[in-house]
Design a protein around this ligand. Structure first.
Ligand SMILES: [Zn+2]
Length: 255
């Protein structure tokens, strides 16, 4: 099976760096961001090619997502050092338009990356009365899921962030972390990275609420699948491979 080029293990841990190193690091990623803005549009290849054993995710993450994760990780470190000016700038730098375009290319019924097919022996849809009544995991279960899955999407591997953490950062930096109602008014990286608790066997197909049936995902990987089975969308079972291991902490230290 082909491995994704993106791997969150490359995200450095700002928390482990000494002060001088952190500032050098922040300066170097700021210059990286300005180079990025001069590059052309991200090339979209809408060819639907599905290997026999299923794809890992609908669309491979673009490199800008790893860049954004580095900016946000550095923002958390800058904030904790009292450098709120730098933290604010880094949060803004992570708001990369190419990431918003990546998300939008996966969401929606017209996405060239998400296609469904009939599978004759797929689990049938079950009526609302027959579904497991408690749909979402409880708080303690969510915590276990985050630890198990390393705060990264089990399909595409990108880092994820809990809503409570996003709200916390938004209170501290409301201008940098924009979060309007329409998608276009949302910070692109926080939009892509907002965590979802995805039922591998969909809830609407009789999937239960055990944590063995739930994986952490990013928003596009979850919304793209809706209530289709993995086989119906041609995705490999993410539980058959190890979660991403990295130093990404979901920005949980941001306080
Ligand atoms: Zn994903």
């Amino acid at each position: 099976m082909k491995l994704l080029s993106f791997h969150a293990a490359n995200i450095p841990a700002g928390g482990s760096k000494r002060l001088g190193e952190q500032e050098d690091y922040a300066a170097s990623i700021c210059s990286l961001a300005s180079r990025k803005s001069n590059e052309g549009e991200t090339i979209v290849n809408p060819q639907f090619q599905e290997p026999a054993d299923g794809r890992l995710c609908f669309r491979e993450p673009i490199p800008e997502i790893a860049d954004a994760a580095r900016f946000l990780d550095a923002a958390a470190s800058a904030h904790l050092r009292g450098r709120s000016d730098l933290a604010e700038e880094l949060i803004r730098l992570a708001d990369i338009p190419e990431i918003a375009a990546w998300v939008e290319s996966i969401l929606g019924s017209k996405s060239p990356y998400v296609q469904y097919r009939d599978v004759s022996d797929a689990q049938p849809h079950v009526s609302k009365e027959e579904r497991v009544t408690v749909r979402m995991p409880r708080q303690a279960e969510k915590h276990s899921l985050h630890l198990r899955d390393g705060y990264c999407c089990r399909f595409c591997g990108i880092p994820v962030i809990r809503r409570a953490v996003r709200d916390r950062i938004r209170k501290l930096y409301p201008r940098a972390l924009r979060w309007g109602k329409p998608n276009v008014e949302r910070h692109a990286a926080f939009f892509a990275m907002r965590v979802q608790y995805d039922h591998v066997v969909p809830h609407a197909r009789g999937g239960n609420n055990d944590i063995d049936n739930i994986v952490i995902t990013c928003a596009p990987c979850n919304f793209g699948r809706m209530s289709y089975t993995l086989e119906e969308v041609g995705l490999a079972d993410p539980r058959l491979r190890e979660p991403v291991t990295s130093t990404w902490d979901g920005l949980e230290r941001f306080r």
